[in-house]
Design a binder for this molecule. Structure first.
Ligand SMILES: [Zn+2]
Length: 242
């Protein structure tokens, strides 16, 4: 069984991670859509780092939910498996999904990378003392002295080419028996395209989302429930049928 799963903010929302949509997503009266940009970082890097510092802390305090656990279980019984997530948190990883079975298409919030060269490091456990990025001083690259920035893809930036290639390679290797798209509005360009390519030859395409999305019209199965409720049941059924 070849499986392809796409997850979005709806999966992490049930772990208490805000989706940054609408008025509830505001931080200090600032619109996240305007903070998560190269322009905002150029204007006020310290402000942008404060926001990411708070988000990192919130994610460290959050726990993976039943949807994350169900996806890990699905990966364990599939012959081939790839997850593409729009989420920048580490909850899929902490739910036990191996890194090589996952593509974080919008980057990794625990990655601190240079804004100019390829230097970077991750700090999942907060073992190191990198308080400077999360508070008062914005640190500089030890290689080239440019400002260090969060390792996420900001509005207006290109998707990372290595990650895109990983998805292309997986889709090129053959059709998927099962495609599940969970907790995403699917508004972000390539999602509908990837889901259709993966399932194009008769594979099942399930959408798990409380609301209708641009993908809904193509789905062979619509589940209008939150991910943490629907996914454990869906995976139970699949496990029983294997
Ligand atoms: Zn550098």
């Amino acid at each position: 069984m070849r499986v392809f799963v796409i997850t979005g903010a709806g999966v992490s929302a049930e772990s208490g991670i805000p989706t940054f949509r609408g008025k509830d997503g505001y931080w200090r009266n600032l619109d996240p859509a305007k903070l998560a940009t190269p322009e905002a970082f150029a204007r006020d890097p310290r402000l942008v780092w404060e926001w990411y510092g708070e988000r990192r802390q919130r994610i460290r305090n959050a726990q993976p939910n039943a949807a994350h656990a169900a996806i890990t279980r699905l990966a364990q019984i599939a012959d081939e498996f790839l997850l593409v997530t729009q989420n920048v948190d580490d909850l899929h990883g902490r739910a036990g999904l191996p890194r090589e079975k996952m593509v974080q298409i919008h980057g990794d919030i625990f990655l601190t990378k240079c804004s100019r060269c390829d230097f970077g490091f991750t700090d999942y456990d907060h073992d190191h003392e990198h308080e400077e990025e999360e508070g008062n001083v914005v640190s500089r690259c030890s290689k080239c002295d440019a400002l260090m920035r969060p390792g996420v893809i900001w509005f207006g930036e290109q998707l990372p080419s290595n990650e895109l290639q990983q998805i292309e390679n997986y889709l090129d290797r053959g059709v998927c028996d099962l495609v599940i798209v969970v907790g995403t509005t699917a508004a972000f360009g390539p999602i509908v395209d990837w889901a259709l390519r993966a399932s194009h030859d008769g594979g099942e395409l399930s959408e798990v989302n409380p609301e209708e999305t641009p993908l809904s019209q193509f789905a062979t199965r619509l589940v209008r429930e939150p991910a943490a409720i629907a996914l454990p049941r869906i995976v139970d059924t699949i496990v029983a049928g294997v």
